[in-house]
Design a protein around this ligand. Sequence first.
Ligand code: 13P
Length: 337
Amino acid sequence: MNFSNLNSIACYIVENGKGILAADESNPTCKKRFDTISVESTEKNRRDYRQLLFQAEGMLDNIGGVILFDETIRQNTNDGTPLVDLIKQKEALPGIKVDKGLAPFENSDIEKVTQGIEDLDARCAEYFKMGALFTKWRAVISIGNNLPSQGCIEENAKLLARYAKTVQKNNMVPIVEPEVLMDGSHSIEECYDATSRTLKSLFQNLEEENVDITGTILKPNMVTPGSEHQEKIGVETVAKETLRCLHECVPGNLPAITFLSGGQSETVSTEHLDAMNKIGGFPWKLSFSYGRALQAGALKAWLGKSENVDTAQSAFSHRALMNKKAALGQWSKDLEV
Ligand code: 13P
């Protein structure tokens, strides 16, 4: 696949309702996921699991890009094929998580800043040689008593902008991911406020760093109440508030917005994406970059057993197709059965 510029890479990833499979769980996060199915998180088991996903039929036509972890981009299948080649065979582009996780922000117990900027340029050059065409950097923002602080928002936005600039210099598309966490009992209004402050600071910093917005992908949270919030908020409200926030903060020349699922269940995250695309009226492609919401069913079906690979692949393929339909605004509940 040959691309003439960064914009054409970004557009390819979300073409015709395609989205991104986030399979870039760090080894500790992968262990957490494997613990839920009592599978040991060894290098081989992590490889087997990722191989299962990338070989699934539903990759083709539904998944335009896969985000990998450093270990995974270097792994081969059990018959010696690089996992990167499996992804390309399914006409998806390989991407790579380049942040190095989180550290406390100014001695805070809660707020975090993302690590990994120091040697980023050299690592990007290596990943590009290995075939990566896009990258991801995740910042997290917490809602709580007087949080998020403006200082934490701005520090993370600054780092995201420096990251994006470095990645583009290395000929890859940066996914900028400022995730306002769902943890807590906050209201949807508080999430709106934190998300809009975060996105405004992000785009101001991207502009100051002269990042090419047309060669960038935004991976935001949806505007939802916290996971411990008591009142139930309807799908339509989440869709409308998320779109209102994006219209307020995101420039029209950004090609793609691919949401994270952030702890929403598989069907709820599909339903929300579909509702936004049914409303329409925005300049960006609105698609998905789900981790848990694409993998939960597959993981449960797999249980680390080779005899379960087919069932696990079917579960993943189904979610991939459902989310493609949602990215086109063509999903409905009756497709789930
Ligand atoms: P979730 O969809 O599970 O939130 O994961 C997406 C991701 O890549 C978070 O960085």
